[in-house]
Every structure is written in structure tokens, then in C-alpha cells.
Ligand binder design. Structure first.
Ligand SMILES: Cc1cc2nc3c(=O)[nH]c(=O)nc-3n(C[C@H](O)[C@H](O)[C@H](O)COP(=O)(O)OP(=O)(O)OC[C@H]3O[C@@H](n4cnc5c(N)ncnc54)[C@H](O)[C@@H]3O)c2cc1C
Length: 306
């Protein structure tokens, strides 16, 4: 039902409003639909489903949990092409699942949620939204947040970054028009995204520096295409894609000497370091940097760019 608020905003009443059309929001919408709820709306500022997998298009973007496990339990995908699928394939999977359940019919894309407040008298959420520059309101009894923890790009707080003369690109908003070939490039960070970006950028950069404040735990990823036999097993052996892949994943980690996380009898320092020594013989953990030292790393990055 649609009506006008006293302040002139068009208001639409729904039972349930879901913010976000990534894995979380879409999953919530599908489960609501499967349980007989029809009066819900999904709100997302983007132009299609996918969230993280729509926005992160940097070179090398892929999942770091095996694809068979990084899928909806109710929508296994026997066609995953690789052990760790790339962004485009995951984005496609999410949109296919959304289409299968007809969630687009309940979704408002290019719609930003500006504010949401609980009204005690009406026992409703009042949700201010903006679609293509037009502000309206949604009133809902239930509000589900699926906005994700990583959807806002986080730029490092480096002293003087605003006066840096070169291009600044965040992994979550990759600039595909910029010509990276032959450039002097610095990657700040060595987390999950940098680990994927660095090998790709290294192929074309004129010079590449990588800045690390805190060393992450790393293990070999064993990334490869799935074989025909595996594809057949995913399709025809119920549970193979979930249980068996999870088992292989764990066994592989144990064989490689990676202790189970949080194992009480294994010191944390031993858990992944042998892998570093295998890849980089003689490698030792560097001394820990203090906050002050890490700020200096930021300065170094800036000077090198000039
Ligand atoms: C590069 C990368 C790789 C990753 N790999 C893995 C992995 O291998 N395994 C793993 O478990 N996790 C991984 N993650 C974490 C990943 O974010 C989550 O697994 C999952 O995709 C989060 O889904 P979500 O729906 O909760 O959030 P998101 O995918 O972030 O979706 C949130 C949605 O909310 C929308 N939104 C936010 N605010 C508003 C607003 N105010 N108004 C309207 N819409 C709004 C956004 O547009 C977005 O579409 C990875 C993350 C990144 C960035």
C-alpha cells in the first residue's frame, strides 16, 4: 500500500524490508519466500545482485574458501569451474540463484537506504530511501540488515594522502580505465585481496612495492580447474560437493603441516610459518612494527610515488 506522509514523502507499507542484495540479503529473501512470506522488499544501491561480488572486480578477485563450500547450502552448484572461483563466476552464480527464486520482482535496485528509525507508536520501521535522486519512505514491521561488513571501501589514514599526485585505487572500486602498464605501483597491505592483486599487477607494472604492516597467515591455495570426474561427482553424488570437499580441504591443510586454527596445544607462531619457509627458504618473521613504525611505512609509500 502506498500513501503520503505529512511531510509529503510517498510511503510504501511492507511487512519486511531487507537492506542489501548480496549473499546475506538474497539468502534472507529466498528463505522468507520459501516460508510463505510474500510481502517483503529488498533494497540495494547497486544495479544488480551480488554485493561484494558485484563491486570487487580487481584483477585476480576470487574466493578464498573453496567454491563448493562458498555457495548456498540450498543451491549447490555442480558447475563451479575451479576450486576457488573467480569474481565473475560467483557474481553470475548469485544472479542465477536470484533469478531462479524470482527475487528481482521484490527488489529495488539503485535504491540507497539513508535512514531507518523505529517508531514506537506505529510499531513500524520508518526507512528513508533514495532511488535515482527521488526520496521516498518505506514502512516495515521487520527490518533485516544484509549490508555486509566490507561494502564501504576503507582508505588508509596516511598523513598527507590527500596531496598525493598519483592515482589512488581501492580494490573494492577498481579503476579499469586506468593504464597500469609500466607504472611504478605500490600495493598497501598483504591481506586476502592484496594476495590476489599483487601477482596480477606484477605482470604489467614497471616497478612494484608491497607494504605490509602485519604478516598474515598464509597457506598454499591449490587453485586449479575441477576435472570432468569431479564435475560428474558434484552432479550425481549427493553431498560430494559439500562434505567431500570440506574433508579434502581439512586433510590437505593437515598434510601441509597447517595446524587447525585455535588448536590449544599448537603455538600460534607455528601454525602457518613452515609454508613461508618452503616458498621463501630462510624466511624469518620480521620484528613486529609498532603503530608509529607503520605510519612511517605510509610515508615511505608516498615518497616513492613522487
Ligand atoms: C574480495 C573479497 C573476497 C572475499 N572472499 C570471501 C571468501 O572466500 N569466503 C568468505 O567467507 N568471505 C569472503 N569475503 C567476505 C564477503 O564479503 C562475504 O563472504 C559475503 O559476500 C558478504 O555478503 P553480504 O551480503 O553480507 O554483504 P555484501 O556482499 O557486502 O552486500 C551488501 C550489500 O548491501 C548494499 N548496501 C550497503 N549499504 C546500503 C545502503 N545504505 N543502502 C542500500 N544498499 C546498501 C551493498 O550495495 C551490497 O550490495 C570476501 C570479501 C571480499 C571483499
Amino acid at each position: 500500500m502506498t500513501h503520503m506522509t505529512p511531510s509529503g514523502l510517498t510511503t510504501t507499507d511492507v511487512q519486511i524490508a531487507i537492506v542489501g542484495a548480496g549473499f546475506s540479503g538474497l539468502g534472507a529473501a529466498i528463505k522468507l519466500a520459501q516460508n510463505g512470506f510474500t510481502d517483503y522488499v529488498v533494497l540495494d544501491r547497486g544495479a544488480d545482485f551480488g554485493g561484494t561480488w558485484r563491486d570487487n572486480t580487481y584483477p585476480g578477485a576470487a574466493c578464498d574458501v573453496p567454491s563448493n563450500l562458498y555457495s548456498y547450502s540450498f543451491a549447490p552448484n555442480p558447475a563451479w569451474s575451479r576450486t576457488y572461483s573467480h569474481q565473475a563466476e560467483i557474481h553470475r552464480y548469485i544472479n542465477e540463484v536470484a533469478n531462479r527464486h524470482d527475487i528481482a520482482a521484490h527488489t529495488r535496485f539503485r535504491t540507497e537506504v539513508l535512514d531507518a528509525r523505529w517508531n514506537e507508536e506505529q510499531l513500524q520501521w520508518l526507512i528513508d530511501i533514495e532511488t535515482d535522486g527521488v526520496r521516498t519512505q518505506i514502512r516495515a514491521a521487520i527490518l533485516i540488515g544484509g549490508v555486509g561488513p566490507l561494502c564501504e571501501p576503507n582508505l588508509p589514514d596516511i598523513d598527507g594522502i590527500e596531496s598525493f599526485g598519483g592515482a589512488i585505487v581501492h580494490s573494492a572500486r577498481w579503476d579499469h580505465d586506468y593504464d597500469y602498464a609500466g607504472k611504478r605501483i605500490a600495493v598497501i597491505g598483504t591481506g586476502a585481496s592484496a594476495i590476489q592483486i599483487v601477482p596480477e599487477v606484477a605482470k604489467i607494472a614497471g616497478h612494484l612495492d608491497v607494504y605490509q604492516r602485519t604478516a598474515p597467515w598464509i597457506i598454499p591455495r591449490a587453485e586449479r580447474p575441477y576435472t570432468t570426474v569431479e564435475h560428474l561427482a558434484f552432479r550425481y553424488l549427493p553431498g560430494y560437493g559439500g562434505t567431500a570437499v570440506q574433508g579434502q580441504h581439512r586433510t590437505r591443510d593437515l598434510r601441509r603441516g597447517v595446524a587447525p586454527r585455535r588448536h590449544p596445544r599448537v603455538p600460534r607462531r607455528m601454525q602457518a610459518h613452515p609454508q613461508v619457509q618452503r616458498v621463501v627458504p630462510g624466511a624469518r618473521p620480521r620484528q613486529r612494527r609498532t603503530r608509529h613504525q607503520s605510519d612511517r611505512v605510509g610515508h615511505t609509500a608516498r615518497h616513492r610515488h613522487r
